[in-house]
Structures are given as C-alpha cells and as structure tokens.
Design a protein around this ligand. Structure first.
Ligand code: BG6
Length: 484
C-alpha cells in the first residue's frame, strides 16, 4: 500500500517553549518525521522561542540531540537531520517583557501560514497573545496552538477562553488533545460512519455497555508537582477519556467537518448524568521494592490525589439511556493498554439451547499498543460432537492489514501539527466543549474533595483497586483483562 503524503502550504511555525520537554520529546521529532515524509515545503521555517540565551547554532545542536534521543532512527539519516536542522532558528523572547519581540517580528513572514505553538504554562497564554498583537506579529489569519491542561476547572477554563478571545477568533485557536490525533481514534469514526454494519446496532437496544481503558505502566516521578495538583480525573478523564467517549456516543455528524463533529461531541457532554459517589473508585499506587509509591513520587505524604480512577457514566438521551459507559485510567498498572470495548447484548434467544451459548459480540478498538480493531463473533467449534459455540476474533491489526504503512502510522502530534498548518480544526477541541467537560467534571471532583476522601491504595503492577472490579461485578459485568 502506498501512503499518500500531501504537502502542506509553506509555513512559519513559532514554538514558544521551544527548548522545553514537549518540544524536544514530541513537537520537533514529529516535525522531523513530516520533513522526511516530504510534507514540508522547502520554504517553511521553524522558530524556537524561549527565555534561554542561545543562538541558532546552539538551538540546532539542542534539537539534534533531542532527535537522537526521541527519534533514534534519525541516527542513520544524517542528511535528513542536517536538512531538517537547517529549517530551525531561535529567538530569545521574554514572554512577560519586551525583550526579543521586535526580533521575532522581523523573522515571521506575513505571506505564509503563520502558526504559534504555546508550549508553555497557561499563565503565559495571555501575555504571549497580547505581545503577538502589540508587536504586530500575528494577523487575522494566524493560528495558535494551545496545550492541555486547558484550565483546572470551569472557572479557570472560562477565564482562559476569555483571555484568548481578546486577541484571536475561535477559528484561529487549536486546543490540542493528542488522543484525537491517534490513528485508531480516527479509525473509530471511519469504522462507525464508513460501514453500514455498525450504525444500526449502535444504541442501547443492542449495546450492553462500553468500557474505555487507558492503563499506563509509568508512574508520576519527575512530574509529581504538576500531577499532584491534577490527578487522573483532571489529567486524563476530563480530556482524553471524555473525547473517546464522545466519539463513541455522538450522533453521526452530517459532514466530517470541524463544527459538525464538535457540535455532536458537545451534545454528548451535555447529556452526561451527574456521577454519584458510589459510581467512582479512586486509587493511589503503592511502592514496590524498586519503585516509589505515589505519595513518595508526588513528594506529598498527605496527598489525596488519585493516580487511578474508575467511573460508571450514563448518557441521558434516546440513543444511550440504560447503557452504562465504564471508564478507567491509572498509572503504574500491569500493562500499557488503551482500548475501547463495545459489548453487544446477547442474542434474544439461543436456538442451540442455553448450554450452547457463548459470549456476546464485542468490538475492541485498540489505540495502543498494536493499533487495530477486533470483532469477536460466535462460530461453531470445528469437529464432530454437536453444536458447540465458540467466540473467535476477526482481527484487523493495522500493521498486518495495511503492511509496512500500518506500522509507520504518524504520531498523534505530527498529524495534529500538520492539521494546524492545513487549517483543519476537526481534531481540536472547541472552547465550549472544554467548558462543558469541566462543568461535568467539577462537581465530581468537588464531591470527593468536600468529603476529604482518601484514595484506595493499590499494588503497582496490578490492574488497580479491587473496588474498581466490584463496580462492574455488582452490575453482573467484568472488565476486559488489561493485557498487551
Ligand atoms: C498526557 C498526560 O496528556 O497523556 C499523561 O498528562 C499521560 O499523564 C499521557 O501519561 C498519556 O499519553 P499516551 O499517548 O502515552 O497514552
């Protein structure tokens, strides 16, 4: 299969926080891959902007080292690396002062696509937006890219939206949720809306329940200060898991077009029921002989922040009334797995008798690892001996089904950055969507904060607290095993 790479228009991309962790780990390696794929026109420029005092040469060295570490395949591609680094330059700017801005103004061209990536803390969004205008750098066509976390509650998200709206229109603002850039997440829409098979069954009449799991093996060491103020609910559920839930639950948009898709997602968020205390399980991981506990990693022995959360969620609309969505995410779990499982109902009647029944159909959408989609179907067990039924998977692992191209799926960031340059907001969150997500999340967080409830301790390397298993057991269901 030949992949089609469509070059984007020539651009100037300014990365504020250009020396930071995200820039080195994700943004620049992603751009390097797009450069190698031939997607970046020769006249495009990437400008790192940060507080550090360095020149273009030092910046190229820094990013060369980042490629070596985070895009190790680049080691065997010295010409590509040199060609890519040639596109880079650096400007020292003071986000809250005047230094560097006139220099930046001279560098950024007005006759190409202009994008400004705010890879900095939210407190700098306002000052950066203000200075881009005060120094006449941004135009009415410029795009700004904003990283999560977008606020920490409804009030702060509203304030951020208002600050950005003073200088940019909604069409210019690209709020990143990198889960929307993952290949399988988009495939989820292709499967739902590109086939006639699923949509007629995609409702409470045929779907028993849905499970969304994002399990990680990493802990929070190294970013404990940020994480401890956030927790799994703010860090993962309010954004990534809710976006996945929206894509599963939304009505078919009329077009695959930014506002059509985002309108439908917003309706789902607004239809979410409040969550009661007995529909939530929160946990904190314990230490092992070699790894610190959450409390040690967060350097806060009294922390009440959760590194694990499981929730049972209901959507009050015609399509989903009565079908629960179970969400769970956590750190230091048994395996790194992100997947969505759509559990269909059993057949209304078994013509083979009750003892011949096998499990109901399930559609598993695997985001990572081994991206792919698997549908379990019931067939007859081969051989004589009567009608015995078994469940077998119809498996479409992308790497197998699509050949080498399936293995080389672009990373979420590189896809999303190219969408910014193309001016396509479909996979970015709109301001009202983010606010609606906080409006649902805030009372849940408040519930346990007011109660001063302690998270349950769970073993590192496990599947999470036992209570999360009980959350499903009491409904006569169980989580799909977390396994790679
Ligand atoms: C980030 C969270 O948004 O997503 C991290 O802040 C988390 O805590 C990460 O580890 C997970 O992303 P991925 O792509 O590795 O599943």
């Amino acid at each position: 299969m030949v992949s089609r790479v469509i070059p984007v228009d020539s651009f100037d991309l300014v990365i504020f926080g250009g020396t930071g962790d995200l820039a080195r780990r994700k943004i620049l390696p992603g751009l390097f891959h797009r450069f190698c794929a031939g997607q970046m026109p020769d006249t495009s420029c990437i400008i790192g902007a940060a507080r550090a005092d360095m020149d273009d040469v030092a910046y190229r060295t820094l990013i060369g080292e980042a490629l070596d570490e985070f895009a190790p395949e680049s080691r065997a591609m010295p010409d590509d690396v040199a060609g890519f680094l040639d596109r880079l330059s650096y400007v020292r700017v003071d986000a809250t002062g005047d230094a560097g801005w006139s220099h930046l103004a001279k560098k950024v061209r007005k006759d190409v696509v202009q994008a400004f990536y705010f890879s900095v803390g939210p407190s700098l969004f306002g000052p950066l937006a203000e200075r881009l205008h005060a120094h006449a750098i941004a135009t009415s066509q410029s795009r700004i890219v904003i990283e999560k976390p977008f606020g920490r509650d409804l009030q702060s998200a509203r304030a951020l939206n208002a600050t950005l709206a003073e200088h940019f229109t909604e069409e210019q603002i690209y709020r990143i949720d990198h889960y929307l850039g993952k290949e399988t997440v988009q495939n989820l829409m292709a499967v739902r809306f590109g086939n006639v098979l699923f949509e007629p069954l995609w409702n409470a009449q045929y779907i028993d329940h849905v499970q969304i799991t994002v399990a990680e093996t990493v802990g929070v060491a190294g970013r404990g200060a940020y994480y401890d103020k956030s927790g799994a609910m703010r860090d993962m559920v309010q954004n990534h898991l809710m976006q996945l839930l929206c894509l599963i639950a939304m009505e078919p948009p009329s077009f695959f077009e930014p506002n059509a898709v985002r309108d439908e997602k917003l309706k789902v968020i607004r239809a979410l029921d409040p969550v009661a205390a007995d529909q939530v399980v929160r946990g904190q991981y314990k230490a092992t002989r070699n790894t610190p506990s959450y409390l040690e990693a967060a350097e806060n022995p009294d922390s009440l922040t959760e590194s694990y959360i499981a929730l049972k969620v209901h959507i009050s609309n015609w399509r989903w009334k009565g079908t629960p969505f179970y969400l769970r995410t956590g750190k230091r779990l048994k395996s790194r797995v992100s997947e969505i499982v759509v559990h269909f109902k059993e057949t209304p009647h078994s013509i083979f008798g009750d003892e011949a029944r096998s499990a109901a159909n399930a559609l598993v959408i695997r985001l990572q690892p081994d991206e792919g989609i698997e549908l379990s179907v019931t067939i007859k067990e081969p051989g004589p001996g009567g009608m015995r039924l078994v469940n077998v998977p119809l498996d479409m692992t992308f790497a197998e089904a699509l050949g080498p191209d399936g293995e080389n799926v672009p990373d979420a960031y590189e896809r999303l950055i190219m969408d910014v340059i193309r001016g396509n907001q479909t996979l970015f969150m709109r301001g009202d969507e983010v606010e609606a997500a906080w409006a649902w999340t805030d009372p849940i967080i408040e519930m346990w904060t007011t109660a001063g409830k302690k998270p349950i301790q769970y073993d590192s390397g496990s599947t999470g607290p036992e209570e999360a298993m009980i959350l499903l057991h009491r409904d006569g269901r169980r989580w799909r095993e977390i396994e790679t």
